[in-house]
Design a protein around this ligand. Structure first.
Ligand code: PXL
Length: 291
């Protein structure tokens, strides 16, 4: 009798089973970054990007930035202990497919992040893809890192990276050189890859010309990713959004090249379909993450 009832219920479907129960849970990505209250950059941009690309986003907050697009007003870091604890509980309880770092604010936080990721690797013997966006200076020109943080990146965090995504200014600072053309871009990408034994995506968005060209140096091979460069759009958070989109791709199982190709398309469309708030006193451009 019971068996017949169960078989009939299986045929009809269980009315107690909700639609949610039948949906496959999505891949999970973690961003370790700062909060931008104007929500164009930082963890807010990362979360919007993860959601748009079908990935469940987790956040470990490193600092809080009071700002609007062209002006950083105040930055307050969290303690390294609090940053470490967020990463620890998240990695313990979720199967995280990929991690990205954004603004890490201080040398102590850079070191804490490196230690937390390394500890998890030792414990689980399962390295998680790590995308490092070495955020150092805001688009507004404001310095975002404390003293000693660049050294902590070089010696502690970069050695753990799957991919590092510097823009031209960041690459120039890391190599103590200037990069003003395509050829120096190639040399810089190769030099950084060799120095930190990681794949490098060097973003040439700041170079003049009709195209926004990025160079990937990965497994000894250079690959170019290019899109039309849009003038007169002042969106901040493009670096955060781009690296978050790459991380979402890696969390979903795409190869590095596939993830970058899709992310480049995503960021180009987010810029092309930007929002603009305009009045007598303000003009604000913002990326459109909801594409
Ligand atoms: O775009 C760089 C960036 C990253 N993360 C946070 C920021 C900014 C720029 O201001 O505030 C939190």
């Amino acid at each position: 009798m019971v068996g017949r009832y169960r078989r009939a219920r299986r045929r009809r479907g269980n009315p107690n089973e909700t639609i949610q129960n039948r949906i496959q849970p999505p891949s999970v990505a973690l961003t370790i970054a700062g909060s931008d209250c104007s929500a164009g950059a930082g963890i807010q941009a990362d979360l919007k990007t993860f959601t748009a690309l079908g990935v469940y986003g987790l956040t470990a907050v490193t600092c809080i930035v009071a700002e609007v697009p062209r002006k950083v007003s105040r930055i307050e870091p969290l303690t390294a202990t609090m940053v470490r604890e967020q990463i620890k509980v998240l990695l313990k309880n979720f199967r995280v497919g990929a991690i990205k770092t954004g603004l890490l604010c201080s040398a102590e936080i850079v070191s804490a992040v490196a230690e937390a990721i390394q500890k998890n690797e030792r414990k689980t013997a399962r390295p998680i893809s790590l995308v490092i966006d070495p955020v150092m200076i805001a688009t507004s020109g404001d310095n975002l890192l404390g003293r000693g943080a660049v050294e902590a990146y070089k010696y502690k965090l970069f050695p753990l990276a799957t991919l590092i995504t510097p823009n031209l200014d960041e690459a120039a600072l890391l190599l103590e050189t200037t990069i003003n053309d395509r050829r120096p871009m190639e040399s810089a990408a190769k030099a950084l890859a060799k120095k930190y034994r990681a794949s490098i995506l060097l973003k040439g968005g700041h170079l003049r010309g009709g195209k926004a060209i990025d160079l990937l140096f990965h497994h000894g091979k250079l690959t170019e990713f290019s899109a039309p460069f849009l003038r007169d759009v002042e969106t901040h958070g493009t670096g955060c959004t781009y690296s978050a989109a790459i991380t979402a791709g890696l969390a979903s199982g795409l190869s590095l090249e596939q993830a970058i190709k899709r992310a480049k398309r995503f960021i180009s469309e987010s810029i092309a379909r930007h929002f603009r708030w305009k009045s007598d006193s303000i003009e604000i451009d913002a990326l459109n993450h909801s594409i």
